[in-house]
Design a protein around this ligand. Structure first.
Ligand SMILES: Nc1ncnc2c1ncn2[C@@H]1O[C@H](COP(=O)(O)OP(=O)(O)O)[C@@H](O)[C@H]1O
Ligand SMILES: [Mg+2]
Length: 277
């Protein structure tokens, strides 16, 4: 019988960080019947392997648009996106988008939700025992091992979110894309999730892009935060968070970074106001 590869921390990171994703002159216009929206002004960006980058900003500033372009769901109006040097032209299993909890199948058990993403992978196809073994490892990492047979609709919001995370990570994507993943959860559940996510980060060295409009969430999760401003959507500022991990969302140092992020946004809207005076 074939050996199951256990989930193990990957080997030590390379001495020089490698560029995982490269965006050159990427922009996006949406052409409607009556008007054209410049969702994203031309943008250059490099994201390193193992980095967690947060796109932060108010709604309508192009965060989801940029995430969808990186996922390959849409093509940019100008410019090019490359992943490991290869152009991104369509969705691929190397980039996985984690949808909010409603992306789960409520009528399936926890474990069947997690194995769902593995069924069509060459390594796991027609090997249900192997799919289950991988799913169990991820459920264990998410502290959900006792709930594998539970149906999704029987779980709390925070547990559903952890199942969604396990499902997204089980196929072992190189890049994980998360769009506003933690909506409407209570403070305690959220702080637990941030802990879980960072644990995975440290142990698995995934490249992650996460979108949020919560400045504390941005400061807690991000190695680097890109502050977006709208009309047209663009990156106003980059902030590096130089705090050790795991970080606690309630740490005052996180609050200081959150204040800095908000100040960036406010200075931008002041400038706009002065322009229109
Ligand atoms: N498919 C679309 N068609 C037309 N306009 C769009 C489409 N998707 C997004 N937009 C517009 O592009 C801008 C940026 O949207 P989005 O990327 O969703 O912002 P965010 O995720 O930061 O809230 C908004 O003005 C939005 O209305
Ligand atoms: Mg959005």
């Amino acid at each position: 019988m074939e050996e199951i590869q256990p989930i193990e921390p990957e080997t030590a990171p390379a001495a020089t960080p490698t560029v995982k994703l490269k965006l050159r002159n990427v922009s996006m216009m949406f052409h409607g019947a009556t008007q054209t929206v410049e969702a994203l002004a031309p943008l250059d960006l490099e994201i390193m392997e193992g980095e967690l980058v947060v796109f932060f900003g108010p709604s309508g500033c192009g965060k989801s648009t940029l995430l969808n372009l990186i996922a390959g769901f849409e093509q940019p109006s100008t410019g090019e996106i490359t992943l490991d040097g290869e152009p991104v032209t369509k969705p691929g299993s190397d980039r996985l988008m984690m949808f909010q909890e409603h992306g789960l199948f409520p009528w399936l058990s926890v474990i069947n939700n997690v194995t769902y993403g593995l069924k069509n992978r060459r390594r796991y196809r027609f090997r249900p025992w192997k799919q289950r073994a991988i799913a169990r490892e991820w459920l264990k990492l998410m502290n959900l091992e006792e709930f594998e047979k539970t149906l999704i609709h029987e779980l709390s919001g925070g547990m559903k979110q952890r199942v969604a995370l396990a499902r997204a990570l089980a196929p072992d994507p190189h890049v994980l894309l998360v769009d506003e993943p933690f909506p409407a959860l209570d403070a305690l559940t959220k702080s637990k999730l941030y802990g879980d996510l960072q644990e995975i980060l440290i142990s698995r060295k995934k490249t992650i892009i996460s979108v949020t409009h919560d400045p504390r969430e941005a400061a807690c999760l991000g190695d680097r935060i890109l502050v977006f401003t709208p009309s047209p959507g663009r990156v106003q500022k980059e902030i590096r968070v130089e705090l050790p991990r795991p970080r606690d969302i309630n740490d005052p140092a996180i609050g200081e970074y959150a204040a800095q992020i908000m100040a960036e946004l406010e200075s931008q809207s002041d400038e706009k106001r002065q322009d229109t005076d």
